[in-house]
Design a protein around this ligand. Structure first.
Ligand SMILES: [Zn+2]
Length: 255
């Protein structure tokens, strides 16, 4: 009897967690109001340069992300005046669990669960409560020239974004953060993982341009600006990116 009640209680909890996750996502991509995005900075190393960079961050450091995505939403016909708001939250002291090296499904699933648990423990009180949480891990470029892979998870609507703590990289950081933000809303990657080249047509900013190459902008989920059949460049800032039709459908901007 008690065992049955315990199992039933557990099933109810699981069902309510699943429902609230589904409801949160459905609500966020209905675009009936402003989506609240919080960004939480973290120092990925002990470098004084990283510390200084984080100390200088303020709310206006992230307005280019909201402004650009809001302009793109309007272009795709979203009627809400300010569909996305990005707010700087407090700095987080504890690093998230690192992403597994090998891409096996069980390892990825376990990591996703660990990350969601970590995020649950590391969400400071904020008003309004954020619907999407992006954890921005800043690295000193003097200590490493390559960054770990960033991740944006639709489940839990959270992202772990690796960025350089260097003012010369700030506008490129915006591109990376916006890409991961769209992942949390259900957008998929539109590039070939083997080559990093954007996929045609949906990974191109202007898939019907003639001649097709070189392009002058990147589709945000295609990630790069295709310039030749074998080369694509990382955009310098969000002004060189746009949200394509497929991505707009995936995140609910178009039906
Ligand atoms: Zn991606």
């Amino acid at each position: 009897m008690w065992r049955r009640i315990r199992v039933l209680a557990l099933l109810l909890i699981l069902a309510s967690v699943a429902f609230s996750a589904w409801h949160g996502k459905a609500n966020a991509t209905a675009w009936k109001g402003t989506l609240q995005v919080a960004v939480f900075p973290l120092a990925a190393d002990d470098s004084p340069a990283t510390r200084r960079y984080i100390q200088r961050l303020n709310d206006s450091s992230f307005t280019p992300i909201a402004d650009h995505l809001n302009a793109e939403a309007a272009r795709h016909g979203v009627g809400v005046p300010r569909p996305i708001s990005v707010t700087l939250g407090q700095e987080i002291g504890r690093l998230p669990p690192s992403r597994p090296q090998q891409a096996s499904l069980p390892a990825a699933m376990l990591w996703s669960l660990q990350l969601r648990y970590w995020a649950w423990q590391n969400t400071p009180e904020m008003r309004p409560q954020p619907q999407v949480r992006l954890y921005l891990l800043y690295h000193d470029p003097a200590l490493r020239s390559l960054l770990p892979h960033s991740s944006g998870l639709e489940k839990g609507m959270l992202g772990v974004v690796h960025l350089f703590a260097d003012t010369r990289q700030t506008t490129q950081n915006h591109v990376v953060a916006a890409h991961e933000l769209l992942h949390t809303l259900g957008a998929s990657d539109k590039y070939d993982p083997a080559t990093g080249l954007p996929r045609h047509p949906d990974g191109y900013a202007d898939p019907y341009l003639e001649p097709l190459l070189p392009q002058t902008a990147a589709e945000l989920m295609g990630g790069r600006i295709p310039v030749s059949a074998s080369r694509a460049e990382i955009p310098d800032d969000l002004e060189q990116t746009l949200v394509g039709l497929t991505t707009a459908r995936e995140i609910g901007w178009r039906r």
